[in-house]
Design a binder for this molecule. Structure first.
Ligand code: SF4
Length: 229
């Protein structure tokens, strides 16, 4: 009697928000990113406090503009007490050339007050307390936790969101979903640097309007490549 072949179990479908790249391809993409990108912030800072302030100021503003503002500002006010003493009106002249400067001045003074009143002048090392500070949202908290406290968080901004989708790591429309997919799909060895890899690749190569595909080291693996070899 013929033995009936056992039907192969269908593969478990991947979550729809995961892009088409296979785990092996994701691994290869990160290997290439690690080879070509030095994972360092473009913001200038020398303390955790300066990092926090610089990241708060960087919303909808270029890092270059933030660095121009913070170079003289951090000399004048290197810590929360000095910044608080400066006050909103004293801070505004330093911030005048960056976007949303009045709101940002208010946030910076508010967060300095809170750092002094609740944290002894130090920047807290946990998400809940960071996100309770004025002007600090999830993305800013992720950047500070990652850079200053060595936590493998992945801050997602417009560059990270765009690049992760173009590379097929994600298939997401919302930034919050992108963070979750990246956390799930990024190999542990690359998680600490993933934010900088994707951010810097988006800022200098995979530009929003005209990605520089012809010189992109990931072109061979990228499903969105516009200049195939
Ligand atoms: S090949 Fe083009 S679309 Fe793909 S990551 Fe590189 S620059 Fe971006």
């Amino acid at each position: 009697m013929a033995v009936k072949a056992k039907a192969a179990k269908p593969p478990t479908p991947l979550p729809v928000s995961w892009g088409a790249a296979t785990p092996r391809q994701v691994q290869a993409l990160y290997r290439l990113l690690a080879k070509h990108i030095r994972p360092e912030s473009d913001l200038h800072f020398s303390t955790t406090f300066e990092l926090l302030v610089a990241v708060v100021l960087s919303a909808q503003t270029t890092d270059k503009a933030v660095n121009q503002a913070t170079a003289p500002l951090f000399k004048r006010a290197p810590g929360p007490a000095e910044m608080l003493a400066l006050g909103e009106e004293g801070l505004i002249p330093y911030l005048r050339h960056i976007g949303l400067y009045r709101a940002k001045a208010k946030h910076v003074i508010g967060l300095c007050r809170q750092l002094i009143e609740r944290h002894g002048g130090s920047v807290p090392d946990n998400r809940a307390e960071l996100e309770a500070l004025p002007g600090v949202g999830r993305k800013t908290a992720n950047v500070v936790l990652n850079i200053a406290f060595g936590q493998p968080t992945i801050a997602v901004d417009t560059h990270v969101h765009r690049v992760a989708n173009r590379l097929g790591i994600c298939a997401t429309t919302k930034v919050e979903d992108t963070e979750n997919v990246l956390l799930a799909r990024t190999p542990p060895a690359h998680r600490q640097q993933a934010h900088h890899y994707l951010l810097l690749h988006g800022r200098y190569t995979c530009l929003a309007r005209q990605p520089r595909c012809s010189g992109c080291p990931l072109a061979r693996l990228c499903p969105s490549c516009e200049s195939p070899a």
